[in-house]
Each structure stands twice: as C-alpha cells, then as structure tokens.
Design a binder for this molecule. Structure first.
Ligand code: FES
Length: 169
C-alpha cells in the first residue's frame, strides 16, 4: 500500500465518522424537539383546575366573617353569599332566570336588579318583578372546618325560596 492510498483510506474513514457524528447529532436534536412537543401537548391536555373560581369550588372564607343579615358578592365565583338573620347561608347565582343577564345587589332598594328587562328579586332571590319566571338559582354550600365552601359547578334551579334551602354551620 502506497502512502497516498493510506492517506485516502484515512481521510475516507474520517469523512464517514464525521457523517455519523452529524447524523447522531441531528438525531439527538430531533429527539429533544419531539420530547418538547410532547411535553407542551401534555400541558394543554392536563385538565385546568377551577378551584377558587366559577365552575369549581370556591372557599368563601370563615363562617364568622359573614355577619347575620349580610350579602357578600364573589365576582370570580359569580355568586352572592347570603347570611340570613338566623345564621343560615344561601349562595345565589347572579345569572338572571329570564335571559341570563347578571343581576346586581342594590342595598338602597334591598333587591337584586337585572339591568336587561327590569326583573327584581328580594334578599333570598325570589322574584318581585317579572319577566323573570322563577327565583334565582343557587349553588350547593358545604361547611368544612369552619369554612364556607360553595360548589359553582352546577346551578340548582328552584321555583321560589324555601327556608329548607339554608345551610347552617
Ligand atoms: S335577562 Fe333579566 S330580566 Fe331579562
């Protein structure tokens, strides 16, 4: 074997190993990109927790922080928490039962008022002025370790207010 043949053989080997190295590098980079794509995809597939906001369970706070005869609005949960004079709790969905506009509490009138077609509701969500066909919906309340928790995942419909709807600590 001549010197020139040896040099050619060596340079051809170097060329092959360089190609292999580049292929390996491209493979590793491709693998990393794929892993990242899968990771991002999984992030979007993971169910988003609705805890603390509308659609989930809202921890309204300690029982004692709501005086008897009070109404407290929870805009993120889309409800009003009523505490009656006898200490009973009622969570009222702010969605008007006519066509779904948001009602607001008017303390000077002692009423919930719908801005769309003039329905009015009393302190307990009962209709005082149509066209709303029935009382405002409610949400289930659980009292756990002295905290008031409101489950906003499913509104409960009702024709009118009844004292059995109150939840006590
Ligand atoms: S949506 Fe409330 S009165 Fe029509």
């Amino acid at each position: 074997m001549t010197m020139s043949t040896i040099n050619k053989a060596l340079s051809s080997e170097a060329e092959i190993s360089r190609r292999n190295f580049l292929k390996l590098g491209a493979g590793v980079l491709g693998g990393l990109a794929l892993l990242e794509l899968v990771g991002v995809g999984l992030m979007f597939l993971e169910p988003r927790s609705l805890e603390g906001e509308f659609g989930g369970v809202v921890n309204a706070g300690p029982v004692d922080s709501f005086p008897n005869g009070s109404i407290t609005e929870f805009p993120a949960g889309r409800f009003f928490l009523i505490r009656a004079e006898d200490g009973g709790f009622l969570a009222i969905y702010r969605r008007c039962t006519h066509l779904g506009c948001s009602v607001s509490w008017k303390p000077e009138q002692n009423q919930f008022v719908c801005p769309c077609h003039g329905s009015h509701f009393d302190f307990y969500g009962d209709v005082e002025n149509p066209p709303a066909p029935r009382a405002l919906d409610t949400f289930a309340i659980h009292i756990e370790d002295g905290m008031v928790k409101v489950d906003t995942s499913r509104p409960q419909t009702r024709e009118e207010f009844e004292s059995s709807q109150f939840v006590y600590a």
